[in-house]
Design a protein around this ligand. Structure first.
Ligand code: PLP
Length: 403
């Protein structure tokens, strides 16, 4: 008797923690040291949790042994609502805020609550692949709109418009973007939101990197650019606050909620079905949002994240046949391997060969639903000298690599 995975998993992929990990684990078990540049987990690269957050979670621990409200504890939801009101979403109230076990859980809940069999969801390519995976799992059809590498990886509005059909129900915006590091100008967002408005699409705005911005780039909240569009905004503490393990994320509903009563009832039911988010993690939220926003020091000139972004970008562009658009935000670079120089037909194999030869783990571009095997994603989280050394080794590996 064979126990098989459910047919619902057909077509569901999540390569950031994909099969290459098992090879990396085996190498480590055999005594090799592997440089893991696959998951955006600041703690792995010497980023400490801000003290005020740890203190508040420790204090909260004594009181967090019970279930909480399904939407989350009030002080945390008040802090989230306050953050968005300050940023221009005047109407946001605690009742619009849901806390979750990271943004990941909330993405899954929101898509499950909204997407029906055969519904189309517009998702960028390249994407943070959870969006494509959960849409597929919900029975929906991910339809990928192009982000244009030749235009700083901004979404191609013509391509986006051309992909709207009478089955399209939602638009996913990832800004700042993982994996490209793009930060969208207001005009691009206005163009996207105008399409959402005209075609009655729900907007899912994944803005978890909203505070990780370099070179004076400004983040515009999608929900504030179009307050008349139904929008779910997602963010949390995993990245800017470097506490990914606390699993603290939130989702905020804004726009014409009176047209969404049925959907919101479904959302509340799903929130209740998972009882509540991890309570100690919820205590981190108010401390983080009321704290000094120390990520600013990391992204300003002289800051660690900024220096690492610069070093990664410079070093990648020094490799013959490799080009990389300068990331404007987030924690990644998404370089291109010129197919005329590096003949790669299977980028998963490329990533595995790199791992086996150089003991460096990156993620293949197709893992981000990019259609061709000519990109990979690297983290900009390691110290600048470590990045320098790792990218030199990737360059050395690429010299003469053929499939
Ligand atoms: N959204 C984006 C764009 C991400 O890059 C990530 C994590 O890498 C997440 C959401 C999920 O974050 P978490 O579940 O840790 O809050």
């Amino acid at each position: 008797m064979e126990f098989r995975q459910s047919s619902k998993l057909t077509g569901v992929c999540y390569e950031i923690r994909g099969p290459v990990i098992e090879h990396a684990d085996a190498l480590e078990a055999a005594g090799h040291s592997v440089l893991r540049l696959n998951t955006g987990n600041p703690a792995l690269f010497g980023f400490d949790a801000p003290e005020e957050i740890v203190r508040e979670v420790s204090r909260g621990l004594a009181e967090s042994h019970g279930y909480t409200d399904s939407r989350g504890i009030l002080p945390a939801r008040r802090a989230v609502a306050g953050y968005y009101r300050e940023r221009g979403l005047a109407e946001v109230d605690v009742a619009d805020v849901y806390l979750g076990n990271g943004v990941s859980e909330l993405i899954s809940m929101a898509v499950q609550a909204f997407v029906d069999d055969g519904d189309e969801v517009l998702i960028p390519t390249p994407d943070f692949p959870l969006w494509t995976a959960v849409t597929t799992l919900a029975g929906g059809r991910p339809v990928h709109y192009l982000c244009d590498e030749g235009a700083d990886w901004f979404p191609d509005l013509d391509d986006l418009a051309a992909k709207i059909t009478d089955r399209t129900r939602a638009l996913v915006i990832i800004n700042p973007n993982n994996p490209t590091g793009a930060v969208y100008p207001r005009e691009i967002l206005e163009g996207m939101l105008d399409l959402a408005r005209r075609h009655h699409l729900m907007v899912f705005a994944d803005e978890i990197y909203d505070q990780i911005l370099y070179d004076d780039h400004v983040h515009h909240l999608a929900a504030a650019v179009a307050p008349d569009v139904l929008c779910l905004t997602f963010s949390g503490l995993s990245k800017a606050y470097r506490v990914a393990g606390y699993r603290a994320g939130w989702m905020v509903v804004s726009g014409p909620k009176h047209h969404a009563a049925d959907f919101l009832e479904g959302l509340r039911m799903l929130a209740s079905m998972r009882l509540c988010a991890n309570a100690p993690g919820q205590y981190a939220v108010r401390a983080a949002l009321a704290g000094p926003r120390s990520v600013r020091e990391l992204v300003l000139p002289g800051g660690r994240l900024r220096e690492q972004r610069d070093r990664a970008w410079e070093k990648l562009n020094e490799i013959p046949g490799v080009s990389c658009v300068k990331p404007k935000g987030a924690l990644y670079a998404f370089p291109r391997l010129d197919p005329a120089v590096h003949r790669i037909h299977d980028d998963e194999k490329f990533v595995l060969d790199l791992l086996l030869r150089e003991k460096i783990q990156v993620v293949q571009g197709t893992g981000f639903n990019w259609p061709r095997p000519d990109h990979f994603r690297i983290l900009t989280l390691p110290a600048a000298d470590d990045l320098d050394a790792a990218i030199s080794r990737i360059g050395r590996f690429l010299t003469g690599y053929r499939q």
